[in-house]
Write a protein that binds this ligand. Structure first.
Ligand code: G
Ligand code: MN
Length: 353
């Protein structure tokens, strides 16, 4: 090859190594591409093709590295911030109304943790941090004592209604806190409802243990996110919760899904036969709300009826209450039955879904 071409290639490689950004490197490749990809000699064109590919791979590797570096940096910051929040108990709580499916009156509130941070840390990130550092029991303690502390400070704020509190399955309290929390729960037996999630893996032992402790202090239990895990109606009987919160994934767009309706109807019927209150979670539209009322749920929670808020509201908007009353009347009139007869042949088994 002519020494002139060799020295131009050399110049290219030197510049490529010095390029600071991917954009610089790309521009450089394009500049030299004009010269070499149309070279009259095939061996020069081949050589250029290989060099250009190496350059492109270099750019890709660099940008992947940078991206993962950025991820790690922000993970580290969130991790440190989660630690600081837990250490200093910087947790606020929002309250989302749970309303009666008969008349739209507020039945209770769910307390939802909101980390007090400029960094927008989600409750899930706090849980992830706590799990990685063995501090789940600290989160559990903070949640119970903070929320019941708010109730203690001003019980009238809750209009005598119950407060649902999310508990972490398997996060056993430290021995030193066990007595304190036991007393706190006993004192709030008429107010507190402990929610335990039925997420992905069903930790039966954890639920059993919790149920036993709650029974001993007379506090009610709710199974949260029902339908997302492996449980079926049979093992629901083992826990005998007071409430079953049917997960949003089974309810979104339920008015257009016969499968979801069948599934939910089985849950609701089971609940009615066993004195469990069925709650529809994550209701976002009036169509979904109508459908779950026709299916016979007892309680409704979701953005459509009320969003979580720092302020504890006394009632939901009048128009929405009227809608609930209307749908509930529709159910009582039995009009809904005609809509459903066509689907009766298609039965679904809960544990097959
Ligand atoms: O897992 P659990 O059911 O406790 O989750 C409650 C979460 O769901 C809260 O963060 C709350 O803000 C959110 N939430 C409440 N209502 C709705 C709703 O109608 N739609 C959606 N997408 N989320 C909701
Ligand atoms: Mn919950």
């Amino acid at each position: 090859m002519q020494s002139k071409k060799i020295s131009v290639l050399n110049e290219f490689l030197e510049k490529l190594l010095e390029a600071n950004t991917s954009q610089d490197a790309e521009r450089l490749i394009n500049d030299y591409d004009e010269t070499f990809s149309s070279d009259e000699r095939p061996d020069v064109r081949r050589l250029w093709k290989s060099i250009r590919e190496l350059g492109e791979r270099l750019i890709k590797l660099r940008s992947e590295h940078n991206a993962s570096q950025t991820d790690t940096d922000s993970d580290n910051e969130e991790f440190a911030e989660s630690g600081r929040l837990l250490e200093n108990n910087l947790f606020d709580y929002h309250f989302q109304p749970i309303v009666s499916a008969k008349d739209g009156e507020i039945y209770s509130y769910e307390a939802l943790m909101r980390p007090r941070s400029a960094m927008r840390i989600s409750p899930l990130q706090i849980l992830k941090y706590a799990e990685m550092t063995g501090k789940l029991s600290e989160v559990e303690y903070r949640t119970l004592s903070n929320v019941l502390g708010i109730v203690d400070k001003d019980k009238a704020k809750f209009f005598g209604r119950r407060v649902f509190i999310n508990s972490i399955p398997g996060a056993e309290l430290d021995h030193s806190k066990y007595h304190e929390v036991g007393e706190l729960l006993r004192r709030h037996a008429d107010t507190a409802v402990i929610e335990i999630t039925e997420h992905s893996e069903l930790d039966e032992d954890a639920i059993d243990a919790l149920k036993e402790s709650l029974d001993s202090v007379g506090v009610k239990m709710a199974i949260d996110d029902y339908g997302t895990g492996y449980s079926n109606i049979t093992n629901l009987l083992n826990y005998m919760p007071d409430f079953v919160k049917i997960d949003r994934s089974l309810l979104s767009g339920i008015q257009n899904s016969p499968r979801k309706r069948h599934f939910v109807r089985e849950i609701v019927d089971f609940c009615r036969d066993n004195d469990i209150m069925a709650l529809a979670e994550g209701i976002e539209t009036t169509e979904e709300m109508r459908e779950v009322i026709l299916l016979g749920v007892d309680l409704i929670q979701g953005y459509y009826t009320a969003r979580p808020s720092a302020e504890i509201i006394e009632s939901i908007p009048y128009e929405i209450r009227q809608e609930i009353i209307h749908y509930s009347q529709e159910r009582q009139d039995g009009r809904y039955k005609q809509i459903y007869t066509a689907e009766q042949s298609e039965r679904l088994q809960l544990d097959k879904l």
